[in-house]
Design a protein around this ligand. Structure first.
Ligand code: 5RP
Length: 293
């Protein structure tokens, strides 16, 4: 019989300890419901407020991209060093072991291949399926300034509505059209539109001039997109500057899986993002780990 006598009552009830309201410090997340906060807390580490996401969704418009030909062989062994995986549901179901327990942000837009107008995307995943897959978020491309600007933003707002119904955050990915200038002014516009229209996190490219104005003007966390493969020192420098200038981490693909030593690169990026390791030291770490393979 539980608590038949009240002898220990004062101890068990801790009447002298006020209950604390524990908020989640992630930018913009203060008023979200528990489920939404909990999913975000699986993507952005609560201790650093940052994330190292690995983007392997390229096949949704590029097919078998260099480095992603055999995700089972080349990518699955990296998952232990990743805070969250950005991938399609096809790859998730066919190749990623459910037992890996990796937090997943699901690529949820698509349609055109590299052979067509890329901005002509539609929503490609039902929120019910994203929930079935136990995902921590869904990602959608927004093509601000491109031919199908309104359509792509409408894709995002529909996912935001569905996500709010179930507590699933949306990652708005700022896709840059062929004719757009990649500068801070453009990214301030694109990231702010994504956040204003409900994205709980935004992925965008780094720019050397004024990136801190992009992160400052965006009321939700920004993760830096990697872009085309660079020498390791340049990719580490870009990641370092991005987090020092206000990004809440990275969502990098080719600069990790196309590196000569992807696991070493991932560990170096982790040190940059979570430990503020400067790029020169991160490169040293990369070289040491690569040599020790
Ligand atoms: C394009 C995307 C990609 O599909 C992918 O995630 C890009 O990763 P990376 O540029 O780091 O290889 O989101 O905007």
């Amino acid at each position: 019989m539980a608590d038949a006598d009240d002898i220990q009552q004062a101890k068990y009830y801790h009447h002298d300890v006020p209950q604390r309201n524990s908020g989640y410090a992630l930018k913009g997340a203060g008023s979200y419901d528990w489920g939404m906060q909990n999913r975000l807390a699986r993507v952005f580490r609560p201790d650093s407020g940052r994330t190292v996401m690995l983007a392997i969704d390229h096949g949704y418009f590029l097919g078998p991209t260099t480095g992603l030909e055999r995700i089972d062989v080349d990518i699955v062994p990296l998952l232990g060093q990743v805070d969250a995986l950005f991938c399609t549901r096809g790859i998730l179901r066919s190749v990623i072991p459910a037992s890996s327990a990796i937090p997943v942000v699901l690529r949820a837009s698509g349609g055109p291949s590299i052979l067509r107008e890329l901005s002509n995307e539609e929503i490609a995943v039902d929120m019910e399926d994203a929930l079935r897959l136990n995902t921590c978020g869904v990602g959608v491309q927004v093509f601000v300034g491109s031919e199908n600007e309104t359509q792509s933003i409408h894709n995002m707002t529909r996912l935001v509505d569905a996500g709010l119904r179930y507590g699933v955050p949306v990652l708005g990915v700022t896709a840059v059209g062929k004719d757009m200038v990649r500068d801070a002014r453009y990214f301030r516009l694109a990231t702010r539109i994504a956040a204003e229209l409900g994205a709980q996190m935004v992925k965008t490219y780094y720019v050397e001039d004024g990136f801190e104005t992009v992160t400052a003007a965006c009321p939700v966390p920004i993760v830096m997109a990697g872009g085309k493969k660079l020498p390791e020192i340049d990719a580490l420098t870009m990641a370092y500057r991005a987090v020092q200038e206000g990004a809440a981490g990275v969502d990098m693909g080719r600069n990790i899986f196309q590196s000569e030593a992807p696991l070493a690169m991932l560990k170096a990026v982790n040190a940059v993002v979570h430990e503020d390791l400067p790029p020169a030291q991160a490169l040293e770490l990369f070289e040491t780990l690569r040599a020790a393979r």
